[in-house]
Design a protein around this ligand. Sequence first.
Ligand code: ZN
Length: 102
Amino acid sequence: MTKRGPKPGLFTILTELIGQKFGPNNQLEVLAVNPPIACRQRTMKVHCAECAKDPEMFGDGIYNFNAVSVKNKSAICGCNSRYAFSEAQNVVGSHGCVKKGA
Ligand SMILES: [Zn+2]
């Protein structure tokens, strides 16, 4: 069965975001584009320098955000005052859709 991937060019666009910073304090840095996952939602690995300062709350400060929200620079992490439960939709790492590491 052949599945159609993301439109040609999207991966390139996302890859070009690697290394860019965004967020209210430029605290979010794009680390990598994750491979497509079972839920077929492209995600990107983003590090938050502010969240990383509070490992008890936010662990290593690395999030897997929906690629679209990263591209639109609208991804919201734990240290953002606008972070709310509804925004959890943007963070797929927390409910098992994306497994970190192994
Ligand atoms: Zn943060």
